[in-house]
Design a protein around this ligand. Structure first.
Ligand code: PMP
Length: 437
């Protein structure tokens, strides 16, 4: 008897039966995916979708990239795993590549398997280097699901732990659309950045280890800071002896139209964390820093899977593809096309309150009625548009503290034609939802 092909319903049923109930899935009926090529993915029932979320900004050079697949195949046949106890060529090559590519004068790299681990490593390292405990993170920020990651994260809904790391203090995010001080840029004179000084003076001992900042807060709803914010915040933190940890987990490797998110700012990090887009979906993350800072880690430091040769081979080929195929430029140019199209939608639909982001990392904040200045977060409208886009064959992401931000971030290989198609589907979806209200 030949085995019958599983259906999407079979996969969904097992997911529901065997996974922790807390594992979130998108859509009223979760979408089980079977295959992908370029910017298109297919489900088990033969439906295809334009993937404008890329496995959470991770599939940077496209699903099923021939180049990455070939590099992975070759490495699997050569050597699959040995751990960092034995130097391998893919790991050594990747370390050199990242140190040279990273923002700032970086000299040393450390590899682990997820963004959470990278952020956790960076904070521990900053604490070791400074001999201090306290760390500033941002409200609306996201750093992962480890205990420290959850403590750094600025969303109550992602905090499961009964115990939290107390040394984390949360500064206001540069969330201009919902300014925590009710001000407007530039007349605000960066009040939220200046507030970091008060945060340090009132909630810490004044002895900081570090601040951790995403150049654009991704999970928080694609919040991009106004000009000058990051420079001022980092200056304040450095004045108090803290390091600047730049979390490039989402923004790195060309996503924002420059190689690094921080390239848009006039400041260089002390430690950089990277993951997601680094290896087109293979689980690897990195922490890159100076020799002086790296020296501070004196304890033993093993990551069994960190720097796995197959993941490193994937990362090397992904980065080479990004450079050779000028995908950073594509992110800048097609990012502009995408942003222009989204702004046009905003002029059409009152529920689109804000369009923001850089390059191929864009967000739409959905509210009750921007034209009437009613910025109440509209979760229901967001959910309805989300379902409509799926129905029409477009996958986007969702985020923001209030769950009312659509996150749009296709693979960096996306074409103008695919962007037009996605904008058309968004237009139809907003029209359908607006008509039904
Ligand atoms: N930092 C940022 C900015 C992230 O967006 C994420 C994941 N969304 C993480 C850290 C944690 O990464 P991971 O899920 O790989 O642990």
């Amino acid at each position: 008897m030949s085995a019958t092909k599983p259906t999407g319903a079979d996969v969904r049923a097992k997911y529901k039966k065997y996974l922790f109930p807390s594992v979130a899935t998108y859509y009223a009926e979760a979408l089980a995916l079977e295959s992908g090529r370029g910017c298109v993915v297919s489900d088990f029932d033969g439906n295809t979708y334009l993937d404008f979320f890329g496995g959470i900004l991770t599939v940077s050079v496209g699903h099923g990239s021939e180049r990455v697949n070939a590099a992975v195949r070759a490495q699997i046949d050569r050597l699959g795993h040995v751990s960092t106890l034995y130097p391998t060529l893919p790991l050594a090559t990747l370390a050199e590549k990242l140190v040279n590519l990273a923002p700032g004068d970086m000299e040393k790299a450390f590899f682990c398997s997820s963004g959470s681990e990278a952020d956790e490593t960076a904070v521990s390292l900053a604490q070791a280097h400074t001999g201090r405990q306290e760390v500033i993170a941002l409200r609306h920020g996201y750093s992962g699901r480890t205990l420290l990651g959850q403590s750094l994260t600025g969303h109550a809904s992602y905090r499961q732990s009964q115990s939290q790391v107390a040394a984390v203090k949360h500064a206001h995010a540069p969330y201009c659309y919902r300014c925590p001080f009710g001000l407007e840029y530039p007349s605000c004179e960066l009040r939220c950045a200046h507030d970091v000084e008060e945060l340090i003076r009132t909630t810490t001992t004044g002895q900081l280890a570090a601040i951790i900042v995403e150049p654009i807060l991704g999970v928080g709803g694609v919040i991009a800071p106004p000009p000058g914010w990051m420079e001022l915040v980092v200056e304040i933190v450095r004045h108090h002896g803290g390091l600047f940890i730049c979390d490039e987990v989402q923004t790195g490797f060309g996503r924002t139209g420059t190689m690094w998110g921080v390239d848009h700012e006039g400041v260089r990090p002390d430690i950089v964390t990277m993951a997601k887009g680094i290896a087109n979906g293979y689980p690897i993350s990195a922490v890159v820093t100076t020799a002086r800072v790296a020296d501070a880690w004196r304890a033993g430091n093993i990551s069994t899977f960190g720097g796995n040769p197959i993941a490193c081979a994937a990362a090397n080929e992904t980065i080479d593809t990004i450079v050779a195929e000028r995908l950073v430029e594509n992110a800048a140019n097609n990012g502009k096309v995408l942003n222009d199209g989204l702004l046009l939608l905003k002029s059409k639909y009152a529920c689109i309150g804000d369009v923001r982001g850089r390059g191929l990392m864009q967000g739409l904040e959905i509210v009750r009625d921007e034209k009437k200045r009613d910025r109440t977060p509209a979760q229901d409208t967001t959910a309805a548009v989300f379902e409509e886009t799926k129905r029409r064959g477009l996958l986007v992401g969702r985020g923001g503290l209030y769950g009312n931000v659509l996150r749009i971030a296709p693979p960096l290989i996306v074409t103008g034609r695919e962007i037009d198609e996605a904008l058309g589907i968004l237009d139809q979806s907003f029209a359908a939802v607006s008509a039904g209200r």
